[in-house]
Design a protein around this ligand. Structure first.
Ligand SMILES: C[S@@+](CC[C@H](N)C(=O)[O-])C[C@H]1O[C@@H](n2cnc3c(N)ncnc32)[C@H](O)[C@@H]1O
Length: 229
């Protein structure tokens, strides 16, 4: 967020394409044949938090958490996510009877006290990670770890084994992990060695969402759904 910018305007901008991200999440879950009703969901490496919100919208009974270390140069700031949430809460309550500043479904998350929670955590160092998770959503994080985007972190196979181990430890037995990565990055062999049984794999092709909505460029993704043994 730029210094001096209006929080409400920024929050509106932040959420303006939530419906498109929600569309993406639904497509991913559909292609993976995921039909459970998880009670506890964690979005690991949640970034701007829009996938976390989408999961909260999708699973009406779930408690959703987004964790990220929020410290990279381009990484979103946790404070901003929390401020947007505050702005959302305030304005949904204030203007509920008149003009809706945010999509109705977002306001319904506020009214039902079902907003996702965000906090700092690190899935390589194993810091501040939740326990007993039913569904671990891991979107575009493993390739980052493999490539060693964060200086000083273990990367390559070592980094991946660590990340997969830490995330798997957060999942309850028989719970699931859903991974969405750019195609060409083969995660399955790392999962299999970590007590995670691959249930389903799928691929998809789509135009990603950026600051101006859907781009014209097609991205290809590889999806994996696995179960913790
Ligand atoms: C490419 S972004 C993906 C964000 C989001 N999942 C999405 O698909 O829009 C990768 C995210 O992983 C986070 N990340 C990378 N390594 C991490 C770690 N060890 N612990 C927690 N978050 C991490 C980064 O801060 C970044 O927000």
């Amino acid at each position: 967020m730029k210094p001096g910018s209006d929080l409400k305007v920024e929050a509106r901008k932040h959420f303006q394409y939530l419906h498109l991200i929600h569309e993406d999440v639904r497509e991913e879950l559909y292609l993976l044949g995921f039909s459970e009703q998880p009670a506890r969901i964690c979005d690991f490496g949640c970034g701007n938090g829009l996938t976390t919100y989408s999961l909260a919208l999708e699973f009406e009974q779930a408690e959703c958490t987004g964790i990220d270390r929020f410290d990279g140069v381009d990484a979103p700031r946790l404070e901003h996510l929390l401020q947007f949430q505050e702005s959302l809460t305030k304005h949904c309550a204030e203007e509920a009877a008149s003009r809706k500043p945010f999509p109705e479904e977002l306001c319904s998350l506020v009214q039902k006290a079902r907003l996702p929670r965000f906090h700092r955590g690190d899935f390589i160092r194993g810091e501040n990670l939740p326990e007993g998770v039913d569904l671990a959503y891991c979107k575009r994080i493993f390739a980052n770890v493999f490539e060693g985007k964060q200086a000083g972190d273990p990367s390559g196979g070592e980094g991946l084994h660590l990340a997969v181990d830490r995330i798997a430890a957060s999942i309850r037995p028989q719970g699931t992990l859903c991974s969405v990565e750019f195609e060409g990055f083969d995660l399955a062999k790392y999962l299999a060695k970590r007590n995670l049984r691959v249930l389903k794999r799928a691929t998809l092709q789509r135009r990603d969402v950026r600051s101006r909505g859907r781009t014209t460029v097609l991205s290809r993704y590889a999806l994996v759904l696995c179960q913790k043994l």
